[in-house]
Unconditional design. Structure first.
Lengths: 350, 322, 350, 322
């Protein structure tokens, strides 16, 4: 066990897999770590700023026997390559009747919270999740970042690794040796009784912090990190909600058609879980705006601990518990109100 | 580069096979045996055949929405092609792909593509694989004049130029993109002019002359195999039929004289004439070729017709590799 | 009132708005109708196959005082322009502090069911819905197609008009004169008591057909067509579910992070509606695969009337009604089973 | 084209203002008054100023992630620019955009852009508007050498060529894209070579010589105003500082001699020298200009600092127009 940063964990994953398998190559406009030094310019390639061709090359070289890692840097930049993702990568194997495999790993950073404004603060996981045909991982700790990226590189399908910017410098224990984390397995980060909170990436930490805080108030919060978005480990999430009867999902993407929406639907459509659900599902997501630049606005646009707390209180409120709860809920009301404010559209409609 | 009789016979056979395959595909689409859209390659046979005649089975090509000719020229089995058009389990994609998504990785046919320009990046990937393998392999990318208006064209040629990828870009300039003449797509009539700025040779060749296409491709391929990088080859040609059909055959929108002029330059008649003049093939032998093609196609149709439709229970099969 | 096709209705909308306002121009690689004849090549422009530049030009010319209509033809082709949609169109007004308006209308056809295979059979509405900043319409009748497209062209924001291929040749009554349908208003297509079925585009017709059929069995189905996806008329949908206590959503996109997922979440998170919900939400969506070419597979991949019926039976089953219902539900079981089969991922996880 | 003293003084003032603005922005970013990323334009002032010196306020330009210079040259108010960098309500975007998204539609500045190449299509739209208006307006698109590797570059030049749009494409080739030298992006050192295939003139100009930039732009703009179409102008220049900074100033990765050589070709010193030689300005007058710039910038900073932060209650404002 060593304590390393999220970024170091990701760099180790790439280096270890490149050592392990000579067919693994990595391409991007820039690198963290120095893969060129160890693996040379043939296997670690600086590319022109041409994400579309880069993304399609990943498929072509993967379909020809290699195992490329394509790094878009920021998810923002992947959108110029979206045709290759939507029309090629997510469909190519099925469309061709499974006659070839495409073991390509696409990597990019996601998320806001660091003052980079609308274009550079995006978390559009759900746009990829909607595309049947891609596996998607979203680690929240250095150990998972390393273990999931290594599994992604070894997977024989296109896998997208979303890497949360705000976690880059965070540190955590990472097992020594060949540390793998299986794709498709969620983790219960904290066991609880009263409410299930599913957090994504940065918000796993935030959810855990809130859970710790609320434990003092006698509220027992179970925190789950899906870790993989496709395939989603629905069994683990449903089992938790069947136990607690309440669900809060925290995601820094806008709520509409988000991963949070999907998780809510997976709960609402499952008969057993639905019957166990005692309170309305709570989505704690970003406001429906491009992430603004100015700190007070960005802070208001993204979920906060106060928002998570307020949502937990609401979930408990709506199933009527003690007055202390009610007061607490009210105290967090304002922020909860903002978080839940529908966009003007809904407002008009409501 | 003199050709022997076997080579000429092989190319002539491939060109006739491509033409007959698509002529029959049109009929079969009208008959409702084939579904979705069909984009006939008729008239452009010299390009696919001339190009692929200098490729090894280990060389990889990417194709377009108008891909039947490329598949046949690269060595795909027309029985499995026809079965795919029929939507049957013995088709190349088990019926999941259809006309616009036929692929045969075993012979280096990395797939037709329904996206204009979509194959260019994938071809660059195949070229990168060849470069990394270091065995002198090459990639070939077929695309149309319309595709040259897409950004992926630029990105592909640029990275191929920077990395000196072993790839030959074959632009089939058939003068039209759907119903739009090339002038709607480009400021000038030629695509080849873009090559220079990417640091690669750009040549224009008569796309209805299979020998010219073969010679120009041979040079570009040799260059790529020597590690000297990429080339752009623009083949001027013409499609004899409509852009695409679904249930019905669309009305012709192009000038009748233009069509007539191009049909007078029939690439198949041209190669047949060459073979006769040089005494490489007799008229009887050419007739025999035509007869052989007919029976091969009937055989492919019978094969396709005998193949079962996929079982809906297999809907989720082939999604993910283990 | 005249009976015209969906396609004619769309063509009329464009022609009428171009007559009404000289600043309206239309651009695409091809046109239905003959706008060039009436409006000339300056205002009706054939473009190169360059969707990315076309999409950005729409913003540039709109921000410079014109009202462009950009036609991508098929939603498939819009993905090469996704950067301009995601990073520019959906953010440009907010990001610039509202200092300029961008009245651009993006049009494209959507959907499968006609044997065009994976790339040409897509319904990725939700990928756009997730982007705060775009209005999105999805008409199901000729009248709505005309009225919504006219409203879109007059709207001062980027609006995406999704036009279902399978409806092109369908006919319906369209009011004479300047027929407008407001953006953001759903329509209750049929009033019912027992279950609410929200259908999208082609599936509004299918839902109505099933509702008619089930009326014979004494099941009263309320059918709602949202007509606009952003802003979603949540009030109308919630009001219906508060009445029926049951929701079935029919959408030909795969379920994950789909419009159907969002509608399910909007129901599950609203306290009043949640309390009124008597059965698990039913999503009747496409199987999680790229749409296959072969007719039997395509038929199996997309929702069918049998699937809708089975979902309605399930909704009623799960709130326990008469045995006849139960038998009926069982009879539809096979298809229901297929429809609800989780993808291999979930299977692994469950 | 002889310049009078007012013109020279105006250009010199704009260039000094741009430089001082960004030098101060760097300090203010370190001081935590500015958030997110800052991309200094220092060293490239002659390009923005030379180009915009021949534009009318009604002509429209699009910019890049390195956009402060373009904004100032096009006539934006540095007080509202600074307020935007400070994230305040009096900023051009009310604090919603920041450095990478400053726009001032009132002076024809259609926006900085965080996407490499993202402004090219938007500029073509502005050019289409000018063409439709028929009043002789032009659009100008600033972009970098790295952006020329993006597909949007190709699509923009192609459609501009086909439609003969009144647009001038200004490629600021500052030799690097982030830390990658131009050789990583392109097979050759020049971008201008792409122009010919798009049917437009492509010229290379010394981007550190504001008079040369102005003259070349004047010619291209005149051509566009006459309805003769588009041009590509490649300005060879160099950025004096790092690509971008957040909290800390990044270490320099480029060769010291290279930096020194380019600094020796300081575009501001060059114009000042020209003005002195020609007797257009005296040393005192130039000193006065510098002093004026300093106070203008202090005033802008004071203005920004006095402006309030946005109220979170306004989070949803500006999303949709009525
Ligand atoms: C990105 C994209 N845009 C538009 C289309 C629709 N489309 C299919 S084929 C075609 C014309 C292509 O012309 P060209 O590249 O010259 O090939 P050809 O059909 O002439 O063989 C178009 C516009 C598409 N398939 N993909
Ligand atoms: C599509 C896209 N890819 C990558 C980036 C990240 N990025 C920002 S600036 C930059 C370098 C751009 O170089 P150039 O165009 O030469 O402009 P310069 O920075 O030299 O002014 C890169 C790669 C981006 N913003 N957008
Ligand atoms: Mg063509
Ligand atoms: Mg540069």
């Amino acid at each position: 066990m060593r304590e390393i940063t999220f970024q170091q964990a990701l760099d180790e994953a790439v280096a270890e897999e490149m050592r392990r398998d000579a067919r693994v190559i990595t391409m991007g406009t820039d690198f963290t770590g120095d893969p060129v030094k160890e693996f040379g310019p043939a296997r670690a390639r600086f590319t022109p700023i041409s994400e579309a061709v880069l993304t399609g090359m990943g498929l072509g070289v993967a379909g020809s026997g290699f195992r490329p890692i394509v790094n878009w840097r920021m998810v923002t930049f992947s959108f110029v390559a979206m045709d290759q993702i939507v029309n090629q990568a997510s469909k190519i194997r099925y469309m061709f009747g499974g006659q070839a495999d495409f073991p390509v790993t696409y990597r990019c950073s996601t998320g806001g919270g660091i003052g980079l404004a609308a274009q550079h603060s995006q978390s559009p996981y759900s746009m990829w999740m909607h595309l049947a045909g891609l596996k998607i991982v979203l680690p929240a700790t250095p150990a998972d970042a390393k273990g999931l990226l290594k599994s992604a590189i070894r997977d024989n399908n296109p896998v997208v690794s979303f890497e949360c910017s705000r976690l880059n410098t965070s540190t955590g224990p990472v097992p020594d040796g060949d540390h793998l984390v299986p794709i498709g397995v969620a983790e219960v980060k904290r066991v609880g009784r009263d409410v299930t909170v599913v957090g994504l990436a940065y918000y796993v930490r935030e959810a855990l912090a809130v859970a710790e805080e609320l434990a003092g108030e006698g509220i027992s919060v179970e925190v789950i990190d899906p870790r993989t978005l496709v395939p989603m480990d629905v069994a683990t999430i449903r089992a938790s909600v069947r136990k607690t009867g309440r669900l809060v999902v925290v995601d820094e993407a806008p709520a509409t058609c988000s991963a949070a929406a999907e998780i809510a639907a997976l709960i609402a459509e499952d008969p057993t879980t639905f019957r166990a659900l005692r309170a309305p599902v709570q989505r704690v997501c970003a406001a429906p705006v491009p992430v603004p630049y100015s700190p007070p606005l960005e802070g208001a646009a993204l979920p906060s601990r106060g928002d998570i707390k307020a949502a937990i209180y609401r979930a408990i409120e709506d199933t009527g518990r003690s007055g202390s709860r009610r007061r607490a809920a009210v105290s967090a009301g304002a922020s909860a109100g903002r978080r839940r404010r529908p966009d003007r559209a809904d407002a008009a409609a409501e | 580069m003199e050709l022997d009789r076997a080579q000429v016979a092989g190319m002539l056979h491939a060109m006739i096979l491509i033409r007959e395959f698509d002529e029959r595909a049109i009929q079969l689409r009208v008959a409702g045996k084939i579904y979705g859209a069909v984009h006939p390659y008729v008239g452009q046979e010299a390009v696919a055949v001339g190009v692929c005649s200098v490729l090894a089975v280990t060389d990889r090509v990417t194709s377009t929405h108008r891909g039947h000719g490329h598949c046949i020229a690269k060595g795909a089995d027309i029985r499995r092609m026809m079965a795919e058009l029929f939507g049957r389990v013995d088709g190349y994609c088990k019926g999941k792909g259809g006309s616009m998504h036929i692929a045969d990785f075993a012979v280096g046919m990395l797939g037709a593509n329904g996206i204009v320009g979509g194959g260019l990046p994938i071809a660059c990937g195949a070229a990168l694989a060849a470069q990394l393998e270091g065995k002198g392999g090459v990639a070939v990318c077929f695309f149309g004049d319309g595709a040259a208006a897409e950004g992926e064209f630029h990105e592909a040629l640029n990275i191929a130029g920077v990395w000196r990828l072993p790839i030959v870009f074959i632009c089939e300039n058939n003068q039209y993109a759907a119903n739009n003449a090339v002038g709607v797509q480009h400021p000038g009539p030629d695509i080849a002019g873009h090559a220079a700025a990417f640091g690669m040779p750009g040549a224009i060749v008569d796309g209805n002359d299979v020998l010219a296409v073969r010679a120009a491709t041979a040079e570009a391929v040799a260059r790529a195999r020597r590690g000297e990088g990429s080339s752009l080859l623009e083949c001027k040609t013409y499609r004899w039929h409509f852009h695409a059909m679904r249930a019905a055959i669309p009305a012709e929108t192009r000038p009748a004289e233009e069509i007539a002029a191009w049909k007078a330059r029939d690439p198949i008649a041209r190669l047949a004439g060459y073979a006769l003049d040089r005494g490489l093939l007799t008229a009887d032998e050419i007739e025999a070729l035509r007869a052989r093609v007919k029976s091969e196609i009937e055989d492919a149709i019978a094969f396709a017709d005998a193949s079962p439709f996929p079982d809906p229970k297999d809907l989720l099969v082939d999604m993910f590799a283990d």
